[in-house]
Design a protein around this ligand. Structure first.
Ligand SMILES: [Zn+2]
Length: 82
């Protein structure tokens, strides 16, 4: 869950893990640790047609979540973009 707070004209991003509730480390509008931004727009063939769901997970909750998958996530290495 992301929210912006205002302090003396400047905006600061606050991010909370929706699973464990922990506040993630941020600096201004940057997240300073691993985070999973979840976003899904449910469509016609779902039971949630028209709903948009947003959430954020800390890296540890993400690891627990994907650890419960029967088929592991595909892991690829991206070349660092400079
Ligand atoms: Zn968490």
């Amino acid at each position: 869950m992301k929210k912006y707070t205002k302090q003396m004209e400047a905006q600061f991003l606050e991010v909370y893990c929706n699973c464990c509730g922990r506040q993630l480390r941020t600096q201004k509008d940057m997240i300073l640790e691993g985070a999973f931004p979840g976003h899904v727009q449910w469509g016609y063939f779902s039971e949630k047609d028209g709903e948009v769901h947003d959430f954020d997970l800390c890296e540890s909750c993400y690891d627990k979540w994907i650890g419960s998958f029967r088929i592991p996530v595909e892991v690829k290495r991206e070349n660092e973009l400079l």
